[in-house]
Ligand binder design. Structure first.
Ligand code: SF4
Length: 302
């Protein structure tokens, strides 16, 4: 028996209907789209990836922005955000001790510089938004929908704003230092994924999909429409079918691109002279219930 083609953890807010037999997050779907072998390494082999300083900074900045909106509106100042940086880092390190290994023991200067760099990204945030004027409807929310009766799609959105007239705005914070053009298609793919889930669950096409690039202090808005989301839904289902076929054939090919520079698995990749490990045998049990990674949490997939 071969590995199940699936995918992501089944920590869904509600029990999926009995027709559902697989789930897919935007991160893992984007992996397959970017490079099928990368998808295999992450979702089937489940190879560990050591967190990078950049990913840790992204997670930290997302955590600070999430907590910032717990404060009363008038208190959401750059000073308040800066004051949250160190306590949030302490919390993250307690919850994820591997983050502490990013810095040599006793490297207080390295940690201090890291915290300063996170604070600098928050300054980029305040350059493009005034959180005192916002009351997000949801933050770091896990959303899901069933498409094609069999496939559960789900993921965490950073923030959802709802206007008084009911219009939805999906906001995604981008903290990475990588060239934006290398990742923008992936970022937009993920936002359309959320738009599709919201449309299918709430019957409303989000008016705006917003990428906030904190390093550059820039905003990129995109307005989807229903026709586009219908096409996108077909794309997601086709992607899923391609994943199933690749799994049945145990055939996940590398697709080298600029994104290889950020791939943790070059040593195992044939495009870099490596050899992938043997294709894993399937674990027993329900493909929706066995151990799988969660959908990438906000900030972890920059
Ligand atoms: S190094 Fe590039 S081609 Fe190889 S698995 Fe990673 S992303 Fe794919």
């Amino acid at each position: 028996m071969t590995a199940e083609p699936v995918i992501d953890a089944q920590e869904t807010p509600a029990t999926p209907p009995p027709t559902v037999r697989a789930s897919l997050s935007p991160s893992r779907a984007a992996d397959f789209k970017t490079c099928p072998l990368l998808y295999r390494f992450r979702s089937i082999d489940r190879l560990p990836e050591r967190p990078t300083v950049e990913q840790a900074r992204g997670t930290l900045v997302h955590a600070v922005l999430e907590r910032l909106f717990d404060l009363p509106a008038a208190a959401r100042t750059p000073q308040s955000a800066g004051d949250l940086v160190a306590p949030q880092w302490d919390r993250l390190v307690t919850e994820q001790p591997e983050l502490a290994t990013l810095f040599a023991e006793g490297d207080a200067a390295g940690v201090a510089e890291f915290l300063r760099s996170a604070a600098a990204l928050l300054e980029g945030y305040f350059a493009v938004e005034d959180p005192r004027r916002l009351e997000p409807a949801e933050r770091e929310a896990l959303i899901s929908a069933v498409v094609d009766e069999e496939l559960l799609i789900r993921g965490y959105l950073d923030r959802l704003d709802v206007a008084p007239d009911g219009a939805l705005r999906v906001v995604d914070y981008k903290t990475g230092g990588a060239p934006r053009e290398a990742f923008e298609a992936r970022a937009l793919f993920q936002l359309k994924f959320y738009a599709l889930v919201l449309w299918r669950t709430r019957g409303v096409v989000p008016r705006v999909l917003r990428l906030l690039y904190l390093k550059d202090a820039e905003v990129c808005d995109y307005a989807p429409d229903a026709e586009e989301l219908v096409r996108f839904e077909r794309t997601v289902v086709a992607l899923w079918q391609a994943i199933e076929q690749a799994t049945a054939r145990q055939d996940f090919r590398p697709r080298p691109s600029r994104l290889c520079d950020w791939c943790s698995h070059q040593a195992l990749c044939p495009s870099f002279g490596g050899t992938p490990p043997p294709f894993p045998a399937a674990g027993a049990g329900d493909p929706l219930a066995d151990a799988r990674s969660r959908p990438a949490a906000p900030g972890a997939d920059e």
